[in-house]
Every structure is written in structure tokens, then in C-alpha cells.
Design a protein around this ligand. Sequence first.
Ligand code: KG4
Ligand code: ZN
Length: 391
Amino acid sequence: MKILSIETSCDETAVSIIEAKEKKESPSFSILGNALFSQIDIHKEYGGVYPMLAKREHGKNLPHLLTRALAEASMFNKTDAQYSENIWKDVKEILSREEGLYESLREIFNNIDKPDIDVIGVTSGPGLAPALWVGISCAVALGKIWNIPVVPINHMEGHIVSVLMESMDDKPIEFPALALLISGGHTELVEVKDWGQYKILGETLDDAVGEAYDKTARMLCLPYPGGPEISKLAEETFSPEYHRLAKFPRPMIHSNNLNFSFSGLKTSVLYHIRDKYGNRELLHEEKVDIAKEFEDSVVDVLLSKTRKALDQTTAKTLIVAGGVIANKRIRSEIVNLEREYPGLIIKIPTNKMSTDNALMIACATYFNVLLHPDLMHGSVKITADGNLKLK
Ligand code: KG4
Ligand code: ZN
């Protein structure tokens, strides 16, 4: 089955084409085309992702990325034939809210053969609603032009299955599994009974862990995204005469449930800076001190909650995914859990596969279609849901 996928939930615009084979127990995926544009440099100026700007950029990028991915997959072939005016009339209607997208798609695709694709998968949530809508409208428009079904995909399911596309080792996944999802928008512990069967066991009550990294970085006058900046500082070694001053809480570490809370941690950083340093600029070592203590707190909380979840479930596999797992310290602490839980299979995607991408959405599309073959027939109405939950 050949799948085209589109991801526009946040600040990455991405299009992939994969070929998926075999049953859900032993799927195999080959990448035929893959194109991604990160808007990070555009949002950097604002210190975070600006939804309406993200939407505009997605609309501008999608036609080029589609062309690139299709060309890479040898599916961008010119023809003398053209699609009918009736089809373009519907496409214009579908894209009525996406400025300029109808014109670009018509110009690019009117003389391009229908590609050899069976289904289109598109992220429908969670994420920034205006950004999600561009991807959805574009996917539905392509489905109309090529007469191909379009399937809505939960972005978090994409993160979970990302380990099947590319992970740090090729051990097979055994169920039940536990997934720890840590990104800029989410922090969740999810029980995965099987592909397509999810139950949220715990989640953040306020800020996501990546968000806490980004906000703390801003307080230290570091650029967006702050995660990599803080983790770089936290890896530094102190000069021997410097003593660590910062002491931050480990929010909800002793609570009985599997929920998280990171907004208090961020506030502690704010108070620490205000009380210790007032308005003056922080010295490098003072920033390192804060970064180390902040990361220690994050690691303590994530590990403690993950242990609690492993103890409560019969998970045979631990999947950890989302942008924050790019953090080397968190990655190595998670891998060390193998010693405490002999036999536990730990699956972590490669760095490239941890951050938002369309390959993981294509992979999730395959499972959705295998589990619900009716998705290949008839059309489902797809709407953006910024708060879409896994279930
Ligand atoms: O999954 P992702 O690419 O996008 C969302 O869906 O949110 O995650 C982005 C988040 C950002 O908050 C970023 O600061 C964080 O992942 N991040 C990191 C590191 N690299 C990226 N956080 C901590 N350490 C890192 N090395
Ligand atoms: Zn994500």
C-alpha cells in the first residue's frame, strides 16, 4: 500500500510517501519520498510558535514539498491530460480559506498524472488549529483531484508509531506497551494494548515538558527552541570553586497518580532569578547552575512517573517519543531503566524521527487503514481538533 502523508500541526511542514507492507504484527515500511521544512528560524524572532504565521507558512510550503516528495518517489510525471473544471471547482471550494493554495495546486498539478498512491493520511490534531486546517484542506483537495481516500490521523499516535520507522535498535515491540510522550505540546503516559488501542494513564495538568524547557530558556535569554539550549548548558562542567545554588521542586513526584505538572517548576526558576539576581544579567555559570537543576528536576519527575506506570502495568515494552527525547541525558536515563526492569524492551526513535515529521503520520495511517478497512471507502468528514485525545 502506498501512502502519502501530510503533517502541519505545529511549526514543521512535512510531506512523505511510503510503501507499507505486511500484517500489523510485522509491518515493513519503505520511504519513497520525504520532504520537510522547519519554520523554527521564522518563529525564533517571536520566541515561540505564532499560529497564524505557522498557518501562512504551511500554505506557502506545501505545494513545493508535495512536488519534492512526489518527484523523489518518481510520481511527478507530466501528462497532456487535465483534470476537469468540475473537480477544480470543488477544490476551489475546499481551499476557500487557504489563501493562494488553490492557485498553486492548480498550477502545479493540472498537468501531472495521478500518482500511484492508495490513501492520504493527514494530521487532524492535536496541535494549533489554524495550522492543522491547512494540512487537512490540502489533503482533502488532493483526495478530490486524484480520487483517493483521505484519513485523519492523531499526531500523538504518530509519535508512538515513529519507533517503527527508525529507532535506536531493531528489537521487536511486544504488547502491552507503555508510551511516554514528551514534546513541546504534550507530556503523556499512554498504555498501548496493541496498535490502535490507547489509554491515557496520565498527562500534564498544565505545561508540557518541552514548553517548560522553552519558557525556562526564555528566562535565561536563550533562543527558541530552548530545549537544546538548556540541555547544552546542563551538560557543561562547573569550575571547582562554583557551588550549585539553584534548588527547584520536583512537581507531583509524590502524587499517587501518573499526572505531571511543570508550570510550578517554571515559576520556581522565575523566583530564583528574581530573588538571587534581581534585574541583572546572569553570568554564564549562573545559567549553567539553573539549567542543571532544572534538568535534574525534569529527569527525576519523568523517571519517577515512568517507574510508577511500569509498576502498575504489565508493559513489556517502553516507547519514549516526542521532541524532548532528543535530550541526551533523558535518553540515557531512560535506557538505564533496562537494568531495573530486566527484559523490558525500550524503544526510542532516532533524533530525526523524534521531532515532528510526516513519516510517522504515514505509518499511523497504515495501522488505521489495516484496523478500519472501511476508511478506504466512502469519505469521512475531517475537522481539525486542537485538543484531540488518544483513545
Ligand atoms: O515533538 P516536537 O518536535 O514538537 C511538538 O509536537 O511539540 O517537540 C519540540 C520540543 C520543544 O519544546 C523543544 O524545546 C524540545 O522538544 N526539545 C528538547 C530538546 N530538543 C528539542 N528538549 C530538551 N532537550 C533537547 N535536547
Ligand atoms: Zn509532536
